[in-house]
Design a protein around this ligand. Structure first.
Ligand SMILES: [Ca+2]
Length: 373
């Protein structure tokens, strides 16, 4: 994790933890077991858990927020007094192996690459055409990519998360040791953000990992990258699709999006792909060199992009042939939004479907006879 501004969500988090050691998993399971020991084990909230305001670590955090950022410690204490460790958050971030079977590209992608998601996306594009065009003009990111990200994140704003953000972030910051420093930073950023927005931190809902609004930005991302794109003088990623659109485009732009640059190509490989896969998702070899090492790409693209840095991407589905793709810099940029090849490829393929469908719609409407009116 290179920065405190990374964007995460449940899918990515699941992937991050696949390499988590067995011992750590056992410890965590024990911890969750303790939290879940009440008869309300499967309720969203363990009402027997002490309020967070009683935790010395949280008290220390509150004092630190007062010292460094001038927060009112008494008010923060009251806010932390109303929240408790949420076992559902801990289960979601690190599901026991028995609950989460091996990750499968096919199963993952089916959630996003389907007719309803495409049709809703075309409507979203149509409805927010002006903001999307403006975002492309300013940030160089094509509309279909912005629409696809919002579509994968929240079904175009339909599912923005039901967890209390303060409770979720505090649960992870103080109850999930493997990533406590990350979530403590996000908790700090969240409190600053809520104060800047003039809202109570208790008013925010989001994902179990504290991602907020139509584009599911983590609080640090909102503070660093979000823009007021509808011109009402405030950033509101929860209610303003235009603010979400501008903010997604700016996020990708600031992470190095190359306007007009390639994103990904389907690939074939010989049997020695492991070394190329091991180089990671960040493009590090010119495509030409990849082809010399046994990667197969569509001929016309391969020639045109021979000097372009590329990475080999493998999309694994247990019991089925692995899908290979060549990812370019823009593919890598999408993984900055959510550090998962499954995620970035779903965004790319949904975007391609959206673009093709939009082109078809345009062509068929141009082909119609002029109306009588
Ligand atoms: Ca706004």
């Amino acid at each position: 994790m290179k920065s405190g501004t990374r964007k995460i969500d449940e899918r990515k988090t699941g992937r991050t933890l696949t390499g988590f050691s067995r011992a750590a998993r056992c410890l965590l399971a024990a911890f969750i077991g303790i939290l879940s020991a009440s008869p309300l084990a499967w309720a969203a909230r363990d009402t027997n858990a002490p309020a967070f305001s009683e935790s010395p670590a949280v008290q220390e955090f509150i004092a630190d927020m007062q010292a460094r950022h001038g927060f009112d410690a008494a008010r923060l204490t009251r806010q932390f007094a109303s929240i408790r460790a949420n076992p559902a958050v801990l289960r979601a971030i690190a599901p026991p192996a028995a609950v989460e079977p091996r990750r499968s590209w096919r199963r993952y992608s089916e959630r996003f690459l389907n007719e309803p998601r495409l049709a809703q996306g075309l409507r979203f594009w149509q409805e927010h055409r002006a903001a999307l065009a403006r975002a492309e003009a300013i940030y160089g990111v094509p509309p279909e990519i912005v629409v696809a990200i919002i579509g994968v994140e929240t079904e175009y704003g339909r599912n923005t998360g039901k967890f209390g953000v303060l409770e979720a972030l505090t649960t992870l910051a103080f109850g999930y040791p493997p990533r406590a420093p990350f979530f403590r930073r996000e908790l700090e950023q969240f409190l600053l953000m809520a104060r800047e927005d003039g809202n109570s931190p208790l008013d925010y809902k989001g994902s179990y990992a504290g991602a907020i609004g139509i584009p599911q930005f983590m609080p640090s991302s909102q503070r660093h990258f979000a823009v007021d794109f509808d011109g009402d003088g405030r950033v509101d990623l929860r209610h303003s699709p235009a603010d979400a659109i501008g903010s997604v485009a700016r996020f990708l732009n600031e992470h190095g999006w190359r306007p007009g640059g390639p994103i990904a190509l389907p690939a074939g490989v010989d049997e020695d792909a492991a070394a190329l896969i091991a180089l990671g998702v960040k493009p590090s070899l010119p495509l030409r060199e990849m082809l010399e090492r046994g990667v197969i790409a569509p001929a016309s693209d391969a020639e045109r992009l021979a000097d372009t840095p590329a990475a080999l991407i493998d999309l694994i589905s247990p019991g089925q042939p692995t899908e290979y793709w060549i990812g370019f810099d823009n593919f890598y940029v999408i993984t900055r939004y959510n550090r998962s090849s499954f995620y970035a490829m779903s965004v790319f393929l949904l975007a391609e479907s959206l673009r093709e469908a939009a082109e078809e719609e345009r062509e068929s409407s141009h082909g119609e006879e002029p109306s009588q009116k």
